[in-house]
Design a protein around this ligand. Structure first.
Ligand code: 1CP
Length: 355
């Protein structure tokens, strides 16, 4: 077992004592950093960047050179899975992801195979191994995947969506087709995350960005049920250390108890819930990750620090908090403001961890 110089992120996820609250930022590598834009230009397009282990490693490490972050996250995308299933992922300039062959019917879904992560997604495992080597035990590496429901939205809508009409039409008129897809995706995600863990990911996170567009009953049926299956199928220990699992559903504050009951180690929170409320509801079962509004990073330094203080006070004393934004960092945020945020979490959290 390689010793980690800084393991406070893993300790906090397991609700063990830490010296200060660990912090990382969703989408911490990306276009708000000029050095990211330079490396992406060198790679050509976004998927070429993901497929080049050296360059993917470089952009993973870029935010860690600027900010005192307590974790690195694999540079990749949730849409690698549908791409590996043959849907033909491409990016239209400035328009987000698109698929050449979206799924339209039960027969499309029946034809889908389960990709072998060591074959179709071997480039992701190479990136994981390269990043682990280059981190040299400084901070842990987070692996990730999209949730089955969130992946299915892109695969059926053909790209990003606002109203999710195509997938909801399938959910409510051909539910057995959608359940077959979600079940295949859950099996794929289990193999994919276990392969990332075997390659060196020290913790994994499942992003359910669009679970919050469902009614409570449909959320359990079409999203949570499959995340539960994933939690049950994951390798939870590797190389003598626990591998914590974090589930993040955006807009799911009302369903925290159900998410915590899946057996995950931590629940990611967006900013629409008060962290004190979340802690009183599920803090004896899981760690909490979050939850500053990413738009707060447009504010002056004093306002950012005030918000960090208020979230720290909301969580209160004791372990079990990983500080983060409630969703990804915006692409026009000044990097200096991200530094104010990260430094404030460490400086202002020390009093909450005195024994
Ligand atoms: O350079 C570019 O133009 C591409 C922009 C970009 C980046 C930097 C995309 C396309 N993906 C990524 C990287 C990425 N995506 C990471 C690793 C970087 C890091 O965190 O440091 C991660 C974890 C993701 C995850 C991801 N991709 C999610 C889940 C998290 C979330 O933000 O909700 C989702 C929904 C995606 C889909 C996706 N990929 C890219 C874009 C622009 C989108 C969002 C599209 C949409 O809003 O529907």
């Amino acid at each position: 077992m390689q010793t980690l110089q800084n393991d406070r992120y893993l300790r906090a996820l397991l609700r063990q004592p830490v010296d200060v609250t660990p912090v990382w930022m969703m989408r911490q590598a990306g276009r708000y950093l000029p050095e990211y834009k330079a490396t992406r230009a060198q790679a050509g397009d976004f998927m070429s960047l993901c497929k080049n282990a050296e360059l993917a490693c470089e952009v993973t490490l870029q935010p860690l050179r600027r900010f005192d972050l307590d974790a690195a996250i694999l540079f990749s995308d949730i849409l690698t899975i549908p791409d590996a299933m043959g849907l033909g992922l491409y990016f239209e300039n400035g328009e987000g992801p698109r698929f050449e062959r979206p799924l339209t019917s039960m027969s499309d879904i029946q034809k889908l195979g389960i990709p072998d992560p060591e074959v179709e997604l071997a480039y992701v495992m190479n990136a994981v191994r390269t990043i682990r080597k280059n981190l040299q035990g400084s901070v842990p590496l987070i692996g990730f995947s999209g949730s089955p429901w969130t992946l299915a939205t892109y695969m059926i809508e053909g790209g990003s969506s606002k109203a999710f009409t195509k997938i909801k039409k399938m959910a409510f008129s051909e539910p057995q087709a959608l359940h077959l897809l979600l079940d295949k995706l859950a099996d794929t995600v289990i193999l994919y995350l276990n392969a990332q863990i075997a390659a060196g990911a020290q913790s994994v996170m499942v992003f359910d960005t669009w679970g919050g567009v469902l009614s409570p009953r449909d959320y359990r049926d079409f999203s949570l049920q499959y995340m539960h299956k994933i939690v049950d199928g994951l390798t939870r220990e590797n190389d003598g250390r626990k591998v914590p699992v974090t589930l993040f559903t955006k807009n799911a504050g009302m369903w925290l108890e159900a998410i915590a009951a899946t057996g995950c180690d931590a629940v990611g929170l967006d900013w629409t819930i008060d962290i004190a409320d979340a802690k009183s509801r599920v803090g004896d079962k899981v760690a909490l990750q979050g939850n500053m509004d990413p738009s707060m990073l447009y504010a002056p330094a004093a306002r950012i620090e005030q918000e960090v203080q208020s979230i720290l006070s909301g969580f209160g004393a004791g372990p079990g908090h990983v500080f983060n934004l409630g969703h990804g960092i915006h692409l026009d945020v000044p990097p200096e403001n991200a530094k104010v945020f990260v430094d404030a979490v460490h400086r202002l959290s020390a009093p909450f961890h005195q024994q």
